[in-house]
Write a protein that binds this ligand. Structure first.
Ligand code: NAI
Length: 724
């Protein structure tokens, strides 16, 4: 039997075989061709030498247990590769099944992260012991990449946990559990504090269970919670797709649908048939476009963004120790919490100590909930709170090596607060503003060190939103950009880097989406259809409700400022069809949005939404308006994608990865697309198909859909949007 290349076979004198996952060609183990060959060889050897084997321990020599599928390979798979993918998958499944049914105890000693394929290998073992390593994660996140776990993951979790729990706790959300939570949720059997303890316990299991088998291979086994063949279970079955529909809003997410089908269908047949069903549904996903979009964005682009493709090289890393947060309102309070959570000392400054204390109270509230849910300990809470010092006194900012300003959105006020603090903080402290609309270059005019001044645009709610948009002003230096980038990573958020421009990237592009939705109202489209189109396109927030949240007066203010700037520069201002609706809503009907108690929606006294305002139909809807539903959806998506191309042309954006990640993680561009530019790549017919459709929309709905020359040229050259 030939020695396998990525799995080491180590057998001791007592007959315990340790299978060490250790791909010599990579820093992490993945399910690549070498692994597929190795696992088949190992399974064959185990079968052949079974009499000399007392038990098997599966562990890894890498920092992580096993990283999962090889995405570099997967993203290249086309519809023509379906049979090959199906066969390769079945071969791995068979090998794991051989080891699982050998009649010998098999233990997974999970020494680090076991996600996707890694957890599937562990699932094929009879007993799973996880090392309580910091940051170690366990789960099946395939759905977040538009895939399903096809190494037996659906088949085995359904048999381990029952259909409902497998779907809700593991498969449909792709939840990643820390070792302790994995234990609480039944994903592993034990947690060990050290590697030695883990191996010792693995051996103890082997000693105690010489003829171990999986529960599902024991006679009389029944899937926990029942299967659709049980009438009571069957009665609840229609609720599953209905909930799924609610979750995805009808947007094109094939993965949850296929996972559901594989779980339900697989529960009604024997194990081997279930694995074949799982493989079929996987093959359909991996050869399709959505998985490619999601792998591109959530793996490759995210990795590029987080690893610093946009960070200037050669600037030494200098972690921030003490940050001044100016303004303890909604944003300042969240920023203070996020920094303290990352171990940074925070001085939270507002106009008075009382106002600052209110900002700190936000952290107290968030932490109280976290303690109640077991997400942190009382000691953890106290340590975090001790790092936040609320104050009304500028003198307390001495020793701060970074400043994040989040006072009211007013240039003069922002200039004033920077004047007050710039001589108190460290002489080379990084100076950041969280403005969402004011040009950074103009704000930098108010400080003595404009090279150290930069925009750090957080999103609300700060502790939940993963993105920060870094805005480089004309005078911002490379050192400041690198330090801002490092600070965002230090607080474990994802930084995109853009050049200064009105609305930067995110506010500018989300504005196109909102304007397009409002323009539809102006045309007389039924408002409920506008909302439905946004949901079905996959947007997490419906367009008119989003407009209400942001308030209608804000885009008006931005529009007027932009108009003035354009006209001052000698340009011509082209009004948008949305403008008139917004003006009438505010001036004629007194409906400025949720904050004002009325907007496109009506609100009850407690602020809850009661329904779309019937006046919309009366004042705007015309009976003869008949815009195809596909057009409604695509107008929203195209308006954002086209403006992102313009952002690249104008050097507001400098990388494709920043565009894709910023759009999905910052402004809710539908994740199934893989982001604004990947949407163009993945559109039916590729770039030429997108260009043709944009021209069609331009002809019907206006010049704003005319594809930019750069896009047309790219399409003609047969290129797509990719970095590097
Ligand atoms: P907010 O109104 O909740 O808070 C502003 C805080 O600044 C108040 O607590 C106020 O007392 C304080 N303040 C005013 N003058 C001050 C001074 N001289 N010194 C210290 N503190 C002072 O406002 P919010 O929503 O937190 O916004 C703050 C900034 O963040 C604005 O520039 C806004 O454009 C930006 N932003 C807001 C987002 C949002 O969703 N609300 C999103 C991203 C950025």
């Amino acid at each position: 039997m030939s020695e396998s290349t990525t799995i080491r076979w180590e057998q001791d004198a007592t007959g315990v075989v340790t299978l060490v996952l250790d791909d010599p060609a990579q820093s992490a183990n993945t399910m690549n061709q070498a692994f597929r060959t190795s696992v088949a060889a190992v399974a064959a050897r185990a079968e052949a030498e079974k009499d000399s084997i007392r038990g098997i321990i599966v562990t890894s020599a890498k920092k992580t247990f096993f990283a999962g599928g090889d995405l570099k390979d997967m993203i290249k798979i086309g519809p023509g590769d379906a049979q090959q993918v199906f066969d390769a998958g079945l071969a791995v499944k068979r090998a794991l099944r051989t080891i699982e049914t050998l009649g010998k105890p098999v233990v997974a000693a999970i020494n680090g992260a076991a996600l996707g394929g890694g957890y599937e290998i562990a699932l094929a073992c009879h007993h799973r012991i996880a090392l309580d390593a910091p940051g170690s994660k366990i789960g099946l996140p395939e759905v977040t990449l538009g895939l399903l776990p096809a190494g037996g993951g659906v088949t085995r979790t359904v048999r381990l946990l029952g259909i409902s729990d497998a779907l809700l706790k593991v498969l449909l959300q792709g939840t990643q559990y820390g070792p302790r939570r994995a234990l609480d949720n039944g994903l592993v059997h034990e947690v060990a504090a050290t590697t030695e303890e883990m191996i010792e316990r693995a051996r103890a299991f082997i000693d105690a269970h010489p003829e171990s088998a999986q529960p599902w291979d024991v006679k009389g086994y029944k899937i926990p919670g029942g299967t659709p063949s049980n009438p009571r279970f069957a009665a609840n079955l229609p609720a599953f797709p209905a909930n799924l529909m609610k979750q995805t809003g009808g947007a094109p997410y094939p993965a949850p649908r296929n996972i559901l089908a594989a779980a339900v269908e697989g529960s009604q047949v024997d194990f081997e048939t279930a694995q074949i069903i799982e493989a079929r549904y996987f093959t359909e996903l991996v050869t399709g476009q959505t998985a490619k979009n999601m792998i591109q964005a959530f793996f490759f682009d995210l990795q590029a963004v987080n690893s610093g493709a946009s960070r200037p090289q050669g600037v030494e890393k200098r972690p921030v120790r003490k940050v001044a947060v100016l303004g303890a309102g909604m944003m300042g309070a969240g920023i203070a919490y996020s920094c303290a959570r990352a171990g940074i000392d925070v001085v939270l400054k507002d106009v008075s100590a009382e106002a600052a204390a209110k900002g700190k109270a936000y952290s107290e509230k968030v932490l109280a909930k976290a303690v109640a849910r077991g997400r942190t300990t009382e000691a953890g809470r106290d340590a975090l709170l001790a790092r936040i010092t609320p104050t009304g006194d500028v003198a307390d900012l001495a020793g701060c090596d970074a400043v994040i300003e989040a006072v009211f959105e007013d240039t003069a006020l922002k200039h004033q607060v920077f004047q007050e603090i710039q001589d108190v903080v460290d002489p080379d402290a990084l100076l950041c503003s969280n403005t969402s609309t004011l040009p950074i270059t103009a704000l930098a005019d108010g400080v003595t060190r404009p090279a150290d001044f930069i925009g750090l645009h957080f999103f609300s709610p700060v502790d939940k939103m993963p993105l920060v948009e870094i805005i480089k002003g004309e005078k911002t230096g490379d050192e400041a950009l690198a330090r801002a980038f490092d600070l965002v990573r230090q607080i474990k958020k994802t930084p995109i880097v853009v050049n200064d421009s009105r609305g930067f990237f995110t506010s500018r592009v989300i504005g196109r989406f909102i304007n397009e939705g409002v323009a539809m109202v102006a045309e007389g489209v039924e408002p409920a259809s506008v909302e439905q189109a946004a949901a079905q396109a996959g947007y997490p927030a419906k367009v008119l409700s989003l407009m209400d949240e942001l308030t209608l007066t804000l885009p008006r203010k931005i529009r007027n400022e932009t108009r003035r700037a354009v006209e001052d520069a000698g340009g011509t201002w082209t009004p948008h069809p949305a403008d008139a609706v917004i003006d009438r809503m505010v001036d004629e009907f007194g409906r400025p949005g949720r904050g004002g108690g009325a907007g496109f929606y009506d609100y009850a006294d407690d602020g809850s939404r009661t329904g779309l305002w019937p006046g919309l139909r009366e004042h705007f809807t015309k009976a003869d308006t008949d815009v195809p539903f596909t057009d409604l959806k695509e107008r929203m998506l195209f308006s954002e994608a086209l403006d992102s191309v313009r952002c690249l042309d104008e050097n507001v954006l400098t990388t494709v990865a920043d565009a894709n990640i910023g759009s999905v993680m910052g402004i809710g561009f539908p994740p199934w697309t893989g982001g604004v530019l990947q949407y163009i790549n993945g559109y039916e017919g590729g770039l030429p198909g997108f260009v043709a459709r944009a021209r069609e929309l331009a002809e019907t709905y206006g010049e704003r859909f005319e594809p930019p020359a750069s896009l047309v040229a790219k399409a003609e050259r047969g290129e797509t949007y990719h970095d590097g």
